[in-house]
Design a protein around this ligand. Structure first.
Ligand SMILES: NC(=O)c1ccc[n+]([C@@H]2O[C@H](COP(=O)([O-])OP(=O)(O)OC[C@H]3O[C@@H](n4cnc5c(N)ncnc54)[C@H](O)[C@@H]3O)[C@@H](O)[C@H]2O)c1
Length: 715
C-alpha cells in the first residue's frame, strides 16, 4: 500500500503502475470535501516519493466516480473574505497541479458520474477513459459560480473554446459519446474493462507509441487561437450566452470573461485568473441563494425519503375525473411506471383524457425521447373506465372531479365503499378544505390532499395536505407515490389555499391594488419579469384563468377575511364579468392570437384599459422599486404566516414550494430567503412604509421580534 486514507487509497496494481482509488468512507458517493482534497495532496506526495512507478490509474469504487464538490461546505466557505476564497482555490489547485505534473503517464477511469470537481480531477490526468453509462460535466453555473479547480483552464485547452463555453456555461451533464466526440475523453469502454484500457494507454505511452508529454503541455499551455480568432470566439459567445442567461445569472458570462483573460497565459498564471473570477462569483448573492436552494432541495429529498420508508406499496392507482388534471395524472403515473385506472362519468371525459395522454406521448416519440413500442406500453397501462369494476385492486386514488364540495363529497364516499379498507384516498382539490372533505368519510385516517399543478407533466410540485385525522401512513404513501411519479412532494397542513395558493393570492392582491392606484398592468408585468418571475402577474392570471382565480380568491377571502376580503371591485373581477377568462378563451388582461408556428401568443388589447377604467382610482406612475415592494410584501408576509401557523414545517419547505409551485425566481432562493437577504429589520421597515394599504402589508408580531433580535430564517 502506497497510501491509505479515509477517502483515498493508493496501491501498486501491476508492473509499476499505481492505482489511486476514491472511496469516501461512510458515504454513498465520492465528493470533494476538504478531507478528500487534503488526502489527494498527501496521496500525490506519497506517489512522488516512490521511485519505481511508471504510471497512474485513477479510479473510484463507488457507482459514481466523483459527484462534485461538497456543497454543504460552500455556505461557510463563501461567507469568508474574497481573498481567502482566492487563497483557498489556489491551495486546492496546487494539489491538482501536482497530479498533472507526476513524472509518468496518468489516466482516469471514469466509471460513473464525474461532475464539477469530480470532472476537474479527470481533467488533471493526461488521458481519460469513460464507461458508456457515465456522465461528465461542469455544472457549477447552476450554483451561481463556475469551475474553480482548473476546469476553465484545462477544458478550454483540451476541447477548444467553443466546446468549453458550451459545457461550462450550459452546465450540462454530457454522455460518453458526446464527450468522446469533442475530445473531452479519449476512449469509451465497458465499465469492467476501464482499468485494463487505462493500463494499455500507459503502456503505449511508455513504449513511445503515445506522447503523453505533448498532451500535457497542450493542456498547460496557452489557448491556440490568434488574436482575431480569440476575439471572435469570446465576444460572440459572451453576447449569446449573456442573452440566454439574463442579467440575473452572471456566472456564465463571467466564466467566458475568465477564459478570455487567461487564454494567453500558461497554466499557473491562468489558474490565478480563474481563482479570482471564481471568488468574485462565490461572493454574489445569486451564488448564496442558489447554494441555499440546492441545500433546501437536499433537505426536502431527505424528508421525502424518510416518509418513503413508512409508505405502503402503490402497485395500482386510480384517478377519478379524466379532465385536464385527471388526464395529466393518468399520463404521468403511467409514464413513470405505476398503472392507473382512469374513471369518469362521461365517455367524452375519457376520450379527452386519453387524447391528452396520447398527444403528450406522441410528442415524446417525435422528439426521440421515447420509442414507439414504449408508447404503446404506457398507453396500455392507463385503463379507462366508467365504473368501479377494478377498484378493489387499487392502492391509492386521486380524486380530480369538478371543484365542487358537494360533488366531491359524494364521489369520495362512493369510492370509499368500492376500495379496500387499506387503500389511500386523496383529493386534488385546489381550494376545498381537506378536513371538510374528510368529514363524511368512514376512514378519514386514509385520506389526504394530493395537489398537483397544471400542467401536471411539467410542474414539479405536489402539495401533500394533511388533515386533522390523516394518518402518517396515508401521508407516507402519498409522498412515495408523488416521488414515483417524478414529482417533488411537500407535506403541508390543511388551511385555505394550502401553501402555494395561500401565498399566491395575496400577491394577486398586491397586483389588484397597484392597478387600482393607477399602475399600468403591462408595466407591472415587465418589472416583475425583470425581477425574475417567469411571467408577470397579469399574464399569470391569464394562464391560471380568471374564473379559477376569482373562485379561489373568494375561498381565500372567506378563510382570511381580515386581510384578503376586499369589498371593492378589482380589475380581476372586471375581467371575469366580461368573460375575459384568460388564455382559455383567448381574452384576459391580454388577448391571445396564434403566431406563425401556430402557438398562442399574447398581444396587447386596448380594450382592457377601457374595461378597467371604472376601477382605476389613482393616476400614479409607479417606479420599479415601489412596484416590487407592493407585489412582494404581501407574498412574503403570507409565507411568514404559513410558517408561523405550522402550515409548513420549515423555511426550506416554504421556499421550495414557491420555487417549484409558482416559479418564484430561483436565484432569489424563495420568499423567506428574500426577507433574510434584505434583512428582517429592513423588510419590516419597508412593510411599515406601506401599512396604509391594509393588513396584507402588516408584519406579524413574531417577525417584528425577529427584526429586533436580529434573527433570520436561515442560518
Ligand atoms: N385546472 C387546474 O389548473 C387545476 C390545478 C390544480 C388542481 N385542480 C383541481 O383538479 C380538479 C379537477 O380539475 P380539472 O381542471 O381537471 O377539471 P375538468 O373540468 O377538466 O375535469 C373534471 C372531470 O371530472 C369528471 N367528473 C365529474 N364528476 C365525476 C364523477 N362523479 N366521477 C368521475 N368523474 C367525474 C368530468 O366529466 C370531467 O371530465 C378540481 O378539483 C380542480 O380544482 C385544477
Amino acid at each position: 500500500m502506497i497510501y491509505e486514507g479515509k477517502a483515498i487509497t493508493v496501491k501498486e496494481i501491476e508492473g509499476g503502475i499505481a492505482q489511486l482509488n476514491f472511496d469516501l468512507q461512510g458515504e454513498s458517493v465520492n465528493k470533494f470535501n476538504r478531507l478528500t482534497i487534503e488526502e489527494l495532496g498527501a496521496a500525490t506526495d506519497a506517489i512522488k516519493a516512490q521511485n519505481n512507478l511508471k504510471g497512474l490509474v485513477v479510479t473510484s469504487s463507488k457507482d459514481s466516480f466523483i459527484v462534485g464538490a461538497d456543497i454543504t461546505e460552500f455556505t461557510d466557505l463563501f461567507a469568508g473574505p474574497e481573498e481567502d476564497l482566492v487563497a483557498n482555490n489556489l491551495k486546492a489547485n496546487e494539489v491538482f497541479n501536482a497530479v498533472e505534473d507526476l513524472p509518468f503517464p496518468t489516466v482516469t477511469a471514469i466509471n460513473g458520474i464525474a461532475l464539477g470537481g469530480g470532472f476537474e480531477m479527470c481533467l488533471a490526468t493526461d488521458y481519460r477513459v469513460m464507461a458508456p453509462k457515465a456522465k461528465v460535466g461542469l455544472p457549477e453555473v447552476k450554483l451561481g459560480i463556475f469551475p474553480g479547480f482548473g476546469g476553465t483552464v484545462r477544458l478550454s485547452r483540451l476541447v477548444g473554446v467553443d466546446n468549453a463555453v458550451e459545457w461550462i456555461c450550459g452546465g450540462t451533464e454530457n454522455r460518453a459519446d458526446a464527450a468522446l466526440k469533442i475530445g473531452a475523453v479519449d476512449a469509451v469502454v465497458e465499465a469492467d474493462k476501464l482499468v485494463e484500457a487505462a493500463v494499455a494507454i500507459i503502456d503505449q505511452c511508455n513504449e513511445g507509441k503515445l506522447d503523453n508529454q505533448a498532451r500535457r503541455e497542450e493542456k498547460k499551455g496557452k489557448i491556440k487561437l490568434n488574436a482575431m480568432e480569440s476575439m471572435m470566439a469570446f465576444e460572440i459567445s459572451k453576447a449569446f450566452v449573456g442573452g440566454k442567461a439574463g442579467k440575473n445569472y452572471p456566472a456564465p458570462v463571467e466564466a467566458i470573461k475568465t477564459m478570455q483573460k487567461h487564454a494567453s497565459m500558461t497554466r499557473d498564471k491562468a489558474i490565478e485568473v480563474e481563482a479570482k473570477g471564481f471568488a468574485k462569483m462565490a461572493k454574489t448573492n445569486v451564488a448564496a441563494c442558489l447554494v441555499g436552494l440546492f441545500l433546501n432541495d437536499q433537505a426536502l429529498k431527505k424528508k421525502a425519503s424518510a416518509w418513503e420508508k413508512e409508505a405502503s406499496d402503490v402497485k395500482l392507482a386510480a384517478v377519478l375525473g379524466a379532465g385536464i388534471m385527471g388526464g395529466g395524472v393518468a399520463y404521468q403515473s403511467a409514464l413513470k411506471g405505476t398503472p392507473i385506472l382512469m374513471k369518469d362519468i362521461a365517455q367524452e371525459g375519457i376520450d379527452l383524457g386519453l387524447k391528452e395522454a396520447k398527444g403528450l406521448l406522441t410528442k415524446r416519440v417525435s422528439k426521440g425521447k421515447m420509442k414507439a413500442d414504449k408508447m404503446a406500453d404506457v398507453l396500455n397501462s392507463i385503463t379507462p373506465t366508467l365504473n368501479y369494476g377494478d377498484f378493489k385492486n387499487v392502492d391509492l386514488v386521486v380524486e380530480a372531479v369538478v371543484e365542487n364540495p358537494k360533488v366531491k363529497d359524494i364521489v369520495l364516499r362512493e369510492t370509499e365503499d368500492q376500495v379496500r379498507e387499506d387503500a389511500i384516498l386523496t383529493s386534488n382539490t385546489s381550494t376545498i378544505s381537506i378536513n371538510l372533505l374528510a368529514k363524511n368519510l368512514k376512514r378519514p385516517e386514509n385520506f389526504c390532499g394530493m395537489h398537483f399543478f397544471n400542467p401536471v407533466h411539467m410542474m414539479p410540485l405536489v402539495e401533500v395536505i394533511r388533515g386533522e385525522k390523516t394518518s402518517d401512513r396515508a401521508i407516507a404513501t402519498t409522498v412515495a407515490y408523488a416521488k414515483a411519479m417524478g414529482k417533488t412532494p411537500i407535506v403541508v397542513n390543511d388551511c385555505p389555499g394550502f401553501l402555494v395558493n395561500r401565498v399566491l393570492f395575496p400577491y394577486f392582491g398586491g397586483f389588484a391594488g397597484l392597478v387600482r392606484d393607477g399602475a399600468d398592468f403591462q408595466k407591472v408585468d415587465k418589472v416583475m419579469e425583470k425581477f425574475g418571475w417567469p411571467m408577470g402577474p397579469a399574464y399569470l392570471l391569464d394562464v391560471v384563468g380568471m374564473d379559477t382565480a376569482k373562485h379561489a380568491n373568494e375561498v381565500m377571502a372567506e378563510g382570511f377575511p381580515d386581510r384578503m376580503k376586499d369589498e371593492n371591485k378589482s380589475s380581476i373581477d372586471v375581467m371575469f364579468e366580461n368573460n375575459r377568462y384568460g388564455q382559455k378563451n383567448d381574452f384576459g388582461f391580454y388577448k391571445y392570437e396564434l403566431d406563425r408556428k401556430g402557438k398562442k401568443k399574447k398581444v396587447v388589447d386596448e380594450e382592457t384599459y377601457k374595461l378597467i377604467e371604472p376601477v382605476v382610482q389613482g393616476q400614479k406612475d409607479f417606479d420599479e422599486e415601489e412596484i416590487i415592494a407592493r407585489m412582494m410584501i404581501p407574498l412574503c408576509l403570507e409565507t411568514v404566516r404559513c410558517l408561523e401557523d405550522g402550515i409548513v414545517e420549515a423555511p426550506a419547505d416554504a421556499d421550495m414550494g414557491l420555487i417549484f409551485g409558482i416559479g418564484f425566481p430561483p436565484f432569489r432562493g424563495g420568499a423567506l430567503r428574500y426577507i433574510d437577504d434584505m434583512g428582517v429589520d429592513k423588510f419590516v421597515e419597508l412593510a411599515d412604509k406601506y401599512a396604509d394599504l391594509g393588513p396584507l402589508y402588516h408584519p406579524t408580531e413574531k417577525l417584528r421580534e425577529m427584526a429586533k433580535t436580529g434573527k433570520k430564517f436561515f442560518g
